[in-house]
Every structure is written in structure tokens, then in C-alpha cells.
Write a protein that binds this ligand. Structure first.
Ligand SMILES: [Zn+2]
Length: 949
């Protein structure tokens, strides 16, 4: 008795003292409607049980959602769930299967039927009809892939409860005819980050101001995952564990619809329905028809409830890496975009306040309505699906007479990564053991070759396969775009520089990977075997004088980095070599027992690092290279230095570029490094690092911080910068000699002469007839003099103003490499680079242009130099710039001959600058290699820093 009184006393004291500290959410006072308004089974816990607030009024944490699933799986036989992956922060990702117990006990059989219905090579019309009659509808409902777009996952929690606990007949009927698969929160790490922000920025009174921190959160924001990746751009690049696990399960289940529930700007309303143009042409147009049926039903329900919404508008669908990738596989993708309310609600322009609870309700109702529509039209959708599957493998389809061929490469590591991404999409890969003669082959630079021999050992991907549309979407060199879209785009660009393209317009896998490929206009099917990765030689001979790994393979950089980290001395062979009969590409990594007298069991270390990377090692018995080829004591065996790396980070930087830089060091190399708050450059001890990376962004660094950084470079540091950070470095007068194009128009002639020096020094046809003539020749013409056009400063400025409106937004252009430079180890002569509105880099004689925009294509008919803006194309050549995606010719002119990658010696150190973002989405593996070279080889090959700090 006394004890009870005491407890009551303590409780009431707490209430009094905490009143003003209570997190106030008025969501439930603002919104009177009830989300969970069915008749529910009592023995199943309501969602509130797992929350410390009323369901729908605030944001449930990932842990709360997981504990609800665990409890419910024990309380009902209408639900089964699987963990399909773990996030980087070790949070589980779940797919929740909801249906009748009978269906749930038959999941394997149902899934097998779906698989059968998907391959028209082995299934006939009659079997297909039987399968369609028997199959339940299958829906995949997925929420909150962007962690700060929270209302979807809260709706999912309610939907799961509603479906498993409802006693209503229409719900029971629905489950009898349907498997509902719910992926309640696709990005738990991002949601946890945002939920923490909500907790941290909560004050006493509710806040309806969508600009305040409680609504926006902090850098790097909750949208992305642990490594700041946008998971809704990763569905075909498949770089993150969330996507890898999810795509595997979706591809196995082949649902009829995939709902992807997002949020958008707080002052918006609700958007759904089929996308507007540009829509990727590999999407089956039947899906657009069905998309309209779903949107109509959803719209009717919103009308009935007096909720505003719209369809189309900004929603386009060209980029294949959204969740809409399922549309290439015959699944209808449905997008929800609910305006974002955070927790307290948002004051709207009309003066009203929309509550969080209402936003959850919109997602909840949309889900239910879509499920009902599917229940109604499932059989008809299956019939269309079957027709689509037959089309993909028929001789009359647009896919029936083309094949994609990836040419043989010594870069096996990169090729294997690409192969695994294709296999994950159920794409069948083949190889040829003998050369194949073909006609009219299209190359990546757009040129057509009438007679062509496909070398033995190529990877061959006939387009005519069950997954034909996916193959085309990611391997065709260009995505087709309607004329009307192009016209509208160009008008908008010229008017105010705006664009109707929502994402990159180029995404060709072989170009992103920097692997040469061709398109063959026929169905290659004869004399092929199933593709398999080549075997690696992991044996390391104990008594060798050199162990080497081939420099073409990207994994060689990780090999060097991991050994350097263990204080092993490592060398680079900077020229192609042949040792003990083994050919090694330029940039091969060599470990010599001679260099490492104190390392006991060196061969064991070498072997263990190589096997972690599954990388072949050449064991070499003699350091003698025949004829002019490098010998082990000569200048081509260059000693590396252990990199001590820092990435500048935090607000002001692009979180995407910081994240992917961080990811790349962690996952392509797996070595230690530090992420620094960029303000540290002013007062931290920079001597701990010999390599500092400045990702793209506009960090707030004062002049003193910049000076510290430059002093550090002069002492021997390697500074690497991307995109906007490159732009800010080149706009400082006191850092290096590389400039932005628009500041060079009064020195055009001088830049062009430096360019001509670079081009002519590589020309193999050199006129030497005059070499021994004694009399002075007065008739010499200099390279630049054969062109009769030159533009003055005024004209160049006018052209530039116009051209700058038409810059690409994520397109692939050709860059020619300096094939002697250590930064280009492992690269082909032409590297496709992703290009946007980047700084346009101009180098003079003081700095090196390691990659320049434009491929020089020999053309004997051209007798004179031709002028483009500030520069020239030499006689005997054409120049190709665009490779894939939308690059207006004006933009090609503007960026032609500018540098994509520069390197400049400053004091004892160097600055390496990328015009773009070389690690883009962890998918740009071609340019990623240049970046890895810069980071790992920079201190050894490009600085005068003799002693590692
Ligand atoms: Zn989103």
C-alpha cells in the first residue's frame, strides 16, 4: 500500500517537472481520421504496442518495425518473413510475405510456376494458360528507400497489421487470391540517421516550418545509406548490399507490380501514375496501359476523400537504375511521391497545416487501393506478361538480331565484376573459343566496321533471351529518345538552361566500366560455350627473385596498397615488360625479396594478399628483360611509397561524392584512411598524410586553411580534387597553372600551340626528308597555319555563352589518354568518361593533360587543320566527342580538347584534378581506376617526398 502511494507520487512529480520537456506532436490533434479502421483480431498486437507514441503520428524506428515483425510472425499464420540482406550498419532488411496459410505453405511451388511462365523457350501456350489460371496475384510493396522519406514505412507497418489482423471479408478474399510481399523499409541506416535528427532537433512546441532542422536534418542527411549512396539509383549497378539482396529476391519472385513509396518536397501534394516521356523504349508499353488503370482507381479514391494529387509532370523514366528496372522484366512499377511532413506537420501556402498522420494515411490508402486493383486485373496482366515473355525470345522482336560483345581483356577483375552484375539480372553470358567473322559491327565510338573479326575469348551476349529488354537497356550504346522530347529539351536549355531530364542520359555498362565492346547486328548463337571466369594462378614460388601481378587488372592496385600498408616495399614496372617468359603490362606491381630483407616469409604475405583478391601472381626467376624491355635494376622498376590518406568531408561537400570516395577506398582497396572534417585543414596536423582527397563540393574553407593545404602540397603532398572542388582550385590565382576555359580566351593561340606539341609529338608519320639539308628552308608551314579560321576573344566569349547553356547532364564522352603516364595504368587508349556541367580544364606547358576530351579518328581526306573554338583538329583527323547520352554538338565543341584529368607538380608535391566525379555511383569503373592510381601511386611516382612521414 505504502509502496503504491510512493510510486504514484513519483509519477506525478515526473509529469509536473517534465511537462515543458515533453516532445510535443500535435499530429493526432490535427488529423481526425482513423487509419486503422477495420475489425481486427484481438490476439494480434496493434502497432502501438511496439511504439512509444500513437501509430502514424510519429516516425517508427527500424528497431521498432523489426520487433513488430518478430512478434506478429508468432501471432498469425498469415505472415512469413525473410531477412534478405544486412545493411553496412548491420541492420536487417526484411521481405514480409502475407497471404492465406495455404498459399504461404506453397510458396516454393508458386515461385516455380512464376519462373516457368517467364521462359517462353521451354514453356508453351497451353502450360502457360494453366499456370495463369492457378497463380495467385503477386505484389511487391516497398517503402522509404530514401531514409528521410519516412511516411511510407509507417504506412507499411499499418498495412501489415491491417492485412494479418483484419476480420473483414474483402481482406480475407484478397489474401486468398494474392501474395502480398512487403518490404517495409528499404534503407534502415538512412532512416535511423534521420530518426536521430528528429530526436535531436525536437523542441517543446511543434514546428511546422519546413525549413527548420527538424524537417531537413543534418549533412549527410537521411536520404542515403551508410556510404551516402542513393539506393534508388543502384538497382542495376548493384553496388550496395541492400540492393544486391533485394534485387535477388525480386528477380526470383517476378511480382506483377512493384510499388516504390517515396516522399517529395513538403509544399507539394501527392504524385503517382505512369511516367511521362522520356520513357526508356525497352519498357513494354502494355505496362503503361495497366499503369493508367491503377492510377485511375487510386485517383478516384483520393477524389472521394478530398485529397489532392497529380500524375506525370516531372516523373520520367529513361534511367534504368531506378526501382523501375523491374519494368524491363515485365513488372509494372508504381511510384508514390507524398509531400514530406516530418513529424509535426507542415504549414502550407493555403495557411492550413498538414499532419504527418495524414501523409501516412495517403500511403496506406494508396497501397490498399492498388492491391484491390491488382486483385481485379491480375489474370489479364499475366496474359500480357506471357505475351511479353514470348516476344523477348521470338524471331520477330526488335531484339532478335543483335548481340553485344565485350572484347577480351587482361583486366579480369573488372570483367568479372561486370559479369556478376549481368548474371544477377538473369542474363545469359557466352564465350567463343574461336574467332568469328561478322559484318557491320558498331563500335563504342559510333563507327561502323563492315568486316570485323570477333577475337576468341570475347564475352558474347545475344540480345534474344528471356531478359532481352534488360540486356538492351544496359548494353545498347544509346537509349532512344523521341524527337519531341529532344525539341522540348533544347528549347528549355536555350531559354534558361533548365532540363527535362531527371537523371543521367547515359548508362551503358561497358562504357561505364571502360571495357571495349561492339554491337553485332545479328543473333550470335553458334559455336558458343557458357561464359566462365578465367582461372587465377594463386601459387607463389618461394625462391623467386620477383613476384608480379599484371597492371591491367584493377586488383593490382589493391595488391600494392595492401602490401604497402604492411610496410612491404613495392615497385611499379612503368613500361610493358617480359621477364622469365611472362609478359607484364605497363603498371604491373612487383615485389622483390631484395627490397625487403627484413620481411620474413615475404612469399607467404604475397600469397595471402593475392588470394584475398583472387589475383594471379607471376613468380619470376630472372630480372633480365630481353632487348629494350625493362630489367629489374633499371629506371622502369620504380619504388612506391606507402600512402597515408585523408578524405576531406562534411558540410559543403557533395555527400554522394564523399560517400563514393570513402566506399572506393574501403571496397576497392580495403585499406586504412581517415575522413577529416575539412575545417581541420586550418589547425590539424597535415603531416600525418601524404595524400589528401577533396571530393566535389563547395566547402567553407578560409584563406588560411587553403594556405595550409598548399604549403602541405609544396612539402610533398599529393592533393586530388573532383568536379566542383577542382573548379574552386582553378579559380584561385595562386594555386597551380590549370585554368577554367572562360578565363583563357585572350591566350588562345598559346594554348593551341601547347596542344599541337602534344598531338604532333605522338604522330607516327614524321617528315624527315629535310633533316640533312644545309640551306635554310623558307617554305615551312607550321601545324596551326593551315587553318584559315581563328576566333578573336569577343567571338569566343559569345560562343561560350551560348554553348554553356547546352552542357550535358550525365552523358558519356570520349577521352584520349596519355598512354605513357602512370595515372593511366590499366586504361585503354580511349576512356569513356561521364560528363556533366563540369569545370573545363585548360593546361599549358606547366601542367599535364593526362586525359583530354575527344578521340582523334584518322581521315586521310582532310588536308588542313580545322579550328573548333580555341583549338584545332590536326590535318588527317576527325574528332569524336559524344559516345552515349545527350551531348549537344555545341557542347561537344566547347569541351573538345579540354582536359578531363590534369596533374601538376607544385614544389615537391603535386595536384591531380578530375573535371568530373571519377567514382560516380561506384559504377564508373573506368575512371575509378585513374582515381585509384592517383591515390596509391601518387606519393611514389609523382612527388619528391623521399621519406614517408
Ligand atoms: Zn525518394
Amino acid at each position: 500500500m505504502h509502496r503504491n502511494i510512493l510510486i504514484i507520487l513519483i509519477l506525478s512529480l515526473n509529469i509536473d517537472s517534465n511537462t515543458l520537456m515533453e516532445p510535443t506532436s500535435l499530429s493526432k490533434d490535427l488529423y481526425q481520421e482513423i487509419i486503422l479502421d477495420g475489425n481486427y483480431i484481438d490476439t494480434i498486437d496493434r502497432p502501438d504496442k511496439f511504439l512509444d507514441f500513437d501509430y502514424g503520428t510519429r516516425v517508427a524506428t527500424p528497431e521498432q518495425i523489426t520487433s513488430a515483425l518478430l512478434a506478429w510472425s508468432k501471432q498469425t499464420d498469415r505472415l512469413k518473413f525473410v531477412e534478405y540482406a544486412r545493411t553496412h550498419e548491420n541492420r536487417p532488411l526484411h521481405a514480409v510475405f502475407i497471404s492465406t496459410p495455404e498459399n504461404l505453405n506453397n510458396l516454393d511451388e508458386i515461385q516455380e510456376k512464376v519462373t516457368k511462365l517467364s521462359d517462353a523457350r521451354t514453356t508453351n501456350d497451353r502450360t502457360a494458360k494453366t499456370i495463369i489460371d492457378e497463380l495467385p496475384a503477386i505484389a511487391w510493396m516497398a517503402y522509404s528507400i530514401h531514409g528521410n522519406e519516412t511516411s511510407g514505412a509507417d504506412a507499411a507497418l499499418g498495412i501489415i497489421y491491417h492485412l494479418i489482423a483484419s476480420k473483414d471479408k474483402d481482406v480475407e478474399d484478397m489474401l486468398g487470391e494474392m501474395i502480398v510481399i512487403i518490404d517495409p523499409l528499404m534503407n534502415p541506416d538512412g532512416r535511423a540517421r534521420f530518426a536521430k535528427n528528429l530526436e535531436q532537433y525536437r523542441g517543446t512546441a511543434p514546428n511546422y516550418d519546413d525549413q527548420s532542422l527538424i524537417h531537413t536534418g543534418d549533412w549527410p542527411y537521411g536520404r542515403t545509406n551508410h556510404y551516402y549512396f542513393d539506393l534508388n539509383r543502384d538497382w542495376v549497378y548493384l553496388t550496395q548490399p541492400e540492393t544486391q539482396g533485394r534485387v535477388k529476391l525480386i528477380n526470383k519472385w517476378r511480382p506483377q507490380i512493384l510499388v516504390d513509396a517515396h516522399e517529395m518536397g513538403p509544399q507539394d501534394t501527392f504524385m503517382t501514375g505512369p511516367a511521362r516521356e522520356p520513357i526508356n523504349k525497352n519498357v513494354d508499353y502494355d505496362l503503361v496501359k495497366w499503369g493508367n488503370v491503377f492510377a485511375q482507381d487510386q485517383g478516384n479514391e483520393f477524389d472521394r476523400r478530398n485529397w489532392r494529387f497529380y500524375t506525370g509532370e516531372w516523373h520520367e523514366d529513361l534511367y534504368p537504375g531506378y526501382s523501375f528496372y523491374v519494368q524491363f522484366r515485365g513488372t509494372l512499377g508504381i511510384l508514390y511521391e507524398q509531400s514530406r511532413m516530418a513529424e509535426d506537420g507542415v504549414r502550407r501556402p493555403e495557411g492550413t497545416i498538414q499532419s504527418y498522420e495524414e501523409s501516412v494515411h495517403h500511403q496506406f490508402i494508396s497501397t490498399l487501393v492498388n492491391l484491390k486493383t491488382l486483385q481485379k486485373i491480375s489474370k489479364d496482366m499475366y496474359k500480357d506478361y506471357w505475351d511479353g515473355r514470348k516476344y523477348n525470345v521470338s524471331n520477330n522482336s526488335k531484339y532478335s538480331d543483335r548481340s553485344y560483345v565485350i572484347l577480351p581483356t587482361k583486366n579480369k577483375g573488372r570483367l568479372n565484376v561486370l559479369a556478376n552484375k549481368l548474371i544477377a539480372q538473369d542474363i545469359e553470358l557466352y564465350q567463343n573459343d574461336k574467332p568469328i567473322n561478322v559484318a557491320n559491327v558498331i563500335k563504342q565510338n559510333g563507327l561502323v566496321e563492315n568486316e570485323y573479326i570477333i577475337p576468341a575469348g570475347s564475352m558474347i551476349i545475344p540480345n534474344k533471351q528471356p531478359e532481352a529488354p534488360t540486356i538492351a537497356a544496359i548494353l545498347e550504346f544509346d537509349a532512344e529518345i523521341d524527337d519531341a522530347v529532344l525539341i522540348e529539351e533544347k528549347q528549355k536549355r536555350i531559354k534558361n538552361g533548365s532540363s527535362i531530364m531527371y537523371d543521367t542520359t547515359a548508362f551503358n555498362f561497358t562504357m561505364m566500366f571502360g571495357l571495349p565492346a561492339v554491337t553485332v547486328p545479328q543473333n550470335l548463337s553458334k559455336n558458343l560455350t557458357k561464359w566462365k571466369p578465367s582461372e587465377e594462378v594463386l601459387d607463389v614460388k618461394k625462391d623467386s627473385v620477383i613476384w608480379a601481378v599484371d597492371g591491367m587488372d584493377d586488383r593490382s592496385v589493391a595488391f600494392a596498397a595492401r602490401l604497402l600498408e604492411q610496410d612491404i616495399q613495392v615497385r611499379i614496372i612503368d613500361k610493358e615488360s617480359s621477364l622469365s617468359g611472362q609478359t607484364l603490362s605497363r603498371g604491373s606491381v612487383a615485389v622483390l625479396p631484395m627490397d625487403n630483407p627484413k620481411a620474413s616469409d615475404l612469399y607467404v604475405t604475397v600469397k595471402s594478399v593475392a588470394s584475398d583478391l583472387n589475383l594471379s601472381v607471376a613468380s619470376i626467376d630472372s630480372g633480365f628483360g630481353p632487348e629494350e624491355l625493362p630489367d629489374w635494376g633499371g629506371r622502369h622498376f620504380r619504388l612506391l611509397k606507402k600512402p597515408q590518406i585523408a578524405i576531406l568531408s562534411h558540410s559543403g561537400f557533395s555527400s554522394y561524392d564523399v560517400g563514393v570516395t570513402w566506399w572506393s577506398l574501403d571496397h576497392h582497396l580495403g585499406i586504412r584512411h581517415s575522413q577529416l572534417n575539412s575545417s581541420f585543414t586550418a589547425y590539424g596536423d597535415l603531416r600525418r598524410y601524404n595524400t589528401i582527397i577533396i571530393p566535389s563540393g563547395s566547402p567553407d574553407m578560409n584563406d588560411y586553411a587553403k594556405k595550409m593545404l598548399i604549403d602541405w602540397v609544396k612539402q610533398g603532398g599529393t592533393l586530388i580534387s573532383n568536379n566542383s572542388s577542382t573548379r574552386s582550385i582553378i579559380s584561385s590565382d595562386d594555386i597551380g597553372s590549370v585554368k577554367n576555359l572562360n578565363t583563357t580566351f585572350n591566350e588562345t593561340e598559346s594554348y593551341n600551340i601547347d596542344l599541337m606539341r602534344e598531338i604532333y609529338s605522338l604522330d607516327e608519320i614524321v617528315d624527315i626528308t629535310d633533316a640533312n639539308i644545309n640551306k635554310i628552308n623558307l617554305d615551312i608551314t607550321y601545324p596551326w597555319e593551315s587553318s584559315d579560321i581563328s576566333y578573336d576573344t569577343k567571338q569566343l566569349e559569345m560562343r561560350d555563352k551560348w554553348q554553356s547553356l547546352l552542357m550535358p547532364s550525365g552523358s558519356i564522352v570520349a577521352a584520349r589518354t596519355d598512354s605513357d603516364h602512370w595515372l593511366t595504368f590499366g586504361s585503354e587508349d580511349i576512356v569513356p568518361v561521364l560528363y556533366g556541367n563540369n569545370p573545363i580544364l585548360m593546361t599549358d606547358g606547366n601542367s599535364e593533360a593526362v586525359l583530354r576530351i575527344g578521340e582523334l579518328i584518322p581521315n586521310e581526306d582532310i588536308q588542313t587543320n580545322r579550328t573548333i573554338n580555341w583549338s584545332q583538329i590536326p590535318a588527317g583527323y576527325d574528332m569524336n566527342v559524344r559516345m552515349s547520352g545527350l551531348v549537344w554538338p555545341e557542347a561537344s565543341q566547347r569541351i573538345a580538347n579540354s582536359a578531363y584529368l590534369t596533374r601538376e607538380k607544385i614544389g615537391k608535391g603535386q595536384i591531380i584534378m578530375f573535371a568530373g566525379e571519377p567514382n560516380f555511383r561506384a559504377a564508373a569503373r573506368g575512371t575509378n581506376r585513374l582515381f585509384l592510381n592517383a591515390v596509391i601511386y601518387g606519393p611514389g611516382l609523382g612527388t619528391d617526398m623521399l621519406v614517408t612521414p
